[in-house]
Design a protein around this ligand. Structure first.
Ligand code: PEP
Ligand code: MN
Length: 264
């Protein structure tokens, strides 16, 4: 069902307002790693709105490596995202980690994210297939493109054709970046499937100093969008403190992309 051979034309996914994913003009998805407070969300939302960015991310359910780390605000976080999305007119993307939360997701957010750690959580993929809102599926930590494509196939097979893929880096022996950004995944996924393909520069590289060239490379390779984490005060962030841009840094990143001519 995801194969380009069966379905030649690109899948196009409308979000709130005039925002569309997969129509040839890339989208920017920005926002904090974790939802922490209304003030935090409003500060980021206002900055995005001022910059003309229409899609915001924020994690309410956080799959953390350590059980002692901040686990997210859960359903309260989804409700906070809804309030801010409504207030600022932004489309909201947030991760869901349990099939039981698909219903509340459909009531509160615009796109369900399935995280890298859950790319092969097949019951979650089936539940996302039954959901009535679009899904952003992240590539697994060590998933091949074939496994990634099959994970997407689950969602379509279970009834939801509004699926976007996102490359977020894979595990390799290289230690200079958090993961290895697989740029070749972009043209390959675009050739093999008809789904929109995004690139997460934050979780792939983990390095703010190379977000801009990596985002440019992604767009030059045909990506339909970029994801980046933005926090009003990254040093105090409850997760991913080292790899979130503050608002002036985000504005520089965004202006750099706009100035490159790749973001049209
Ligand atoms: C995220 O985007 O919030 C996240 C946890 O990323 P990943 O699943 O790619 O690690
Ligand atoms: Mn993060």
């Amino acid at each position: 069902l995801v194969s380009r051979k069966q379905h030649k034309s690109n899948t196009i996914i409308p979000l709130k307002g005039n925002t569309v994913v997969g129509n040839g003009s890339p989208i920017m998805v920005a926002g904090p790693c974790s939802v922490e407070s209304m003030e935090q969300l409003r500060t980021v939302a206002a900055a995005l709105k001022a910059a003309g960015v229409t899609v915001m991310r924020g994690g309410a359910f956080k799959p953390r490596t350590s059980p002692y780390d901040f686990q997210g605000l859960g359903i309260d976080g989804l409700r906070m995202l809804k309030e801010v999305g409504d207030e600022f007119g932004l489309s909201i993307i947030s991760e869901i980690v349990h099939p039981a939360h698909m219903e509340i997701a459909a009531e509160t957010i615009d796109v369900i994210q399935i995280g890298a750690r859950n790319m092969q959580n097949f019951e979650l993929l089936k539940a996302a297939g039954e959901a009535k809102i679009p899904v952003l599926l992240k590539r697994g930590l060590a998933a091949t493109l074939d496994e990634f494509i099959h994970a997407a196939e689950y969602i379509l097979y279970h009834g939801n054709s509004q699926v976007m893929l996102i490359e977020r880096g894979i595990r390799t022996y290289e230690t200079s970046t958090r993961n290895t950004l697989d740029i070749s995944a972009v043209p390959l996924l675009k050739q093999e499937t008809h789904l929109p393909v995004l690139v997460d520069v934050t979780h792939s590289t983990g390095r703010k100093d190379i977000f801009l060239p990596c985002a440019k490379a992604a767009l030059a390779a045909g990506a339909d969008g970029i994801m980046v984490e933005v926090h009003p005060d990254p040093q105090t962030a409850l997760s991913d403190a080292n790899q979130q841009l503050d608002i002036p840094q985000f504005n520089d990143f965004w202006n750099g992309l706009l100035g490159s001519g790749l973001f049209t």
